[in-house]
Ligand binder design. Structure first.
Ligand SMILES: CC(C)(COP(=O)(O)OP(=O)(O)OC[C@H]1O[C@@H](n2cnc3c(N)ncnc32)[C@H](O)[C@@H]1OP(=O)(O)O)[C@@H](O)C(=O)NCCC(=O)NCCS
Length: 156
């Protein structure tokens, strides 16, 4: 999934993953991040009936790109293999993830969607995230639709 240019073009770092070693390194770095911060996490999205790994859903502690500087927000994200889109898996997985992290006390979650990524905007809107408008992406280079939801809004 992360080796496909058409998938990674919408992610913060648009460089396709090259091989299995890079995938293992990516998984290892996600594990280390979650050990350091239980809200900095990624999960596989697995289709219950078939066992197919459809993609990933994540909450990431955000750093301003290139500076390594933490900017105080957590961003929810979703990525599916192209064979697994169109079934509602990203929305369902993100709902479960947000239920979990807000139940554990996360105060708010953000989401930046690069302009043009209409499928991802529809996921954010189906989830009920509040649209804050379009502007420079706070973490990456480019223009983004910015969304946010607070714990109170989510639990209401
Ligand atoms: C963004 C991305 C995850 C969206 O995938 P998706 O399949 O559209 O999202 P979902 O899994 O929530 O599925 C929703 C779609 O399935 C349809 N669907 C079919 N059955 C469904 C069901 N039972 N429940 C809900 N939706 C269903 C919906 O109508 C919707 O399609 P629509 O938006 O055209 O109406 C996917 O395009 C992707 O991986 N893109 C590349 C990476 C990326 O952009 N990541 C996000 C960066 S911000």
């Amino acid at each position: 999934m992360l080796g496909r240019p058409e998938v990674v073009r919408w992610l913060g770092s648009p460089v396709p993953m090259v091989d299995l070693d890079a995938a293992r390194e990516w998984i290892g770095s996600k594990r280390r991040r979650e050990e350091a911060d239980p809200f900095d996490l990624a999960r596989a999205v697995v289709v219950r009936d078939s066992g197919v790994v459809a993609g990933t859903v994540s909450l990431s502690r955000c750093h301003r790109h290139g500076t390594g500087k933490f900017v105080g927000e957590y961003e929810v994200g979703w990525t599916l293999h192209p064979d697994s889109t169109g079934h509602g898996y990203a929305t369902e997985a993100a709902l479960a993830l947000l239920d979990d992290v807000f139940a554990r006390g996360l105060p708010e979650a953000w989401c930046g969607v690069f302009v043009g990524n209409d499928a991802s905007c529809r996921v954010a809107e189906r989830l009920g995230l509040r649209a804050l408008g379009v502007g420079p992406d706070p973490w990456w280079d480019g223009e983004s639709h910015l969304y946010k939801v607070t714990r109170d809004q989510w639990l209401r």
